[in-house]
Design a protein around this ligand. Structure first.
Ligand SMILES: Nc1ncnc2c1ncn2[C@@H]1O[C@H](COP(=O)(O)OP(=O)(O)OP(=O)(O)O)[C@@H](O)[C@H]1O
Ligand SMILES: [Mg+2]
Length: 356
């Protein structure tokens, strides 16, 4: 700060000093004709005047410019340390330095307001995040608690179903209850997996088997409907590194969406294939299709167009597939049907292999 002071003072004084010295020189020349004592007196007065002018200019500059500059430097240092309450005192001057002070104070006022806004927003978001985390924990806890008795109920229903004579009208009811239990179980699994996600436990295994299990479960859900689920396996497909439980869940969600997209009769085709370094599972239906304006939303958590849907199915499916370093592609034509294609790399890329 000191060096800057000397610099501007020198810069200001040098031209003034130069003009005054030039004036003295002219004075000396102009007084050559005068006699010595008079000449000395004139030169002494002129020299003293020059020095006095210099001193007054310096003092005026120091008062008018240097003081506000030093104060400004000091306040900027305070602001950079986080003190936004600093204000400069020269803001009430009616010159350009005053303008500078007013602008500086105004800028600080705006900074203070922005900081308050950010702090309020941050506080609100933190409390919302805490609230959501608590709700998520509650939902997960509840889902967990419901799953155990549900498994008990499923066991009892299984036994009752086995003991019933096949001609009994209760058989149909038992079958419906069994299907409902599968559905509740899927929703609970989705909820638990969303609230407490866990990284995939990948191992090399046959993707055909994983897909087949999901297809079999989905077929049970449509036994009473005129809906066909066709499966085309790929017997030569190399083994795929995947978490079979999680991919099973992905496919079941896609299959049930396909089934639910059909109002009455229809066909769901499941084809296993490969593309470049990925295995692919394509699930296409002849359902109602997805309007283009809804397509960007379908993977959003809680987005659903169904009265009894949670809207977690596709968001969870995408998360699981992405954790396998794969992706899901969608194509849909309204009135004709939709195709969801899951791509999973045969091998998890080495640098990104999940820690299991
Ligand atoms: N095959 C499909 N055909 C038509 N619309 C679909 C299809 N798959 C998904 N959708 C649309 O995407 C939305 C979101 O699907 P998602 O599986 O995430 O939730 P959901 O099926 O509504 O509920 P949940 O999966 O919990 O039963 C659906 O509500 C539906 O509108
Ligand atoms: Mg769904």
């Amino acid at each position: 700060m000191g060096t800057v002071g000397v610099n501007w003072q020198l810069k200001a004084i040098l031209p003034v000093g130069f003009v005054l010295l030039a004036g003295l020189f002219v004075f000396t020349l102009a007084t050559v004709s005068l006699r010595d004592p008079e000449r000395h007196a004139v030169l002494l007065v002129a020299g003293t005047g020059a020095v006095a002018i210099c001193a007054v200019v310096i003092i005026a500059l120091a008062y008018v410019i240097q003081r506000p500059m030093v104060e400004l430097q000091d306040k900027i240092a305070q602001v950079s340390e986080g003190n936004l309450d600093a204000v400069v005192s020269f803001a009430n001057r009616n010159d350009e330095i005053g303008d500078l002070g007013r602008n500086f104070n105004h800028m600080l006022q705006q900074l203070r307001e922005s900081r308050e806004e950010i702090e309020t927003l941050h506080r609100t978001q933190m409390s919302r995040a805490e609230h959501l985390a608590t709700l998520g924990e509650m939902a997960a806890g509840l889902a967990h608690e419901i799953r155990n008795p549900l498994a008990g109920i499923a066991g009892v229903i299984e036994i009752i179903g086995r003991d019933l004579p096949s001609s009994s009208p209760a058989c149909a009811v038992v079958k419906d209850v069994r299907l409902e239990i599968v559905q509740i179980n899927r929703i609970l699994t989705d909820l638990l997996e969303t609230a407490r996600p866990h990284p995939p436990q990948v191992c090399l295994s046959n993707l055909n088997t994983t897909v087949e299990h999901a297809v079999m479960l989905a077929r049970q859900q449509v036994l009473s409907k005129p809906i066909k689920i066709e499966l085309q396996q790929a017997p030569d497909l190399p083994e795929v590194e995947h978490d079979s439980d999680q991919i099973h869940q992905v496919l079941l969600n896609l299959l049930l969406n396909a089934v639910q997209a059909m109002d009455d009769a229809g066909t769901v085709r499941v084809e296993i294939d490969s593309r470049e370094d990925c295995a692919t599972v394509r699930v296409s239906d002849t359902g109602r299709g997805i309007p283009p304006q809804n397509l960007p939303n379908i993977f959003r958590p809680f987005y659903t167009t169904k009265g009894n849907g949670t809207g977690l199915g596709l968001s969870l499916a995408r998360r699981i597939v992405e954790e396998h370093h794969g992706r899901i592609e969608v194509g849909s034509v309204v009135g004709k049907g939709s195709t969801f294609e899951v791509l999973i790399p045969f091998r998890v890329p080495a640098a990104q292999a999940p820690v299991s």
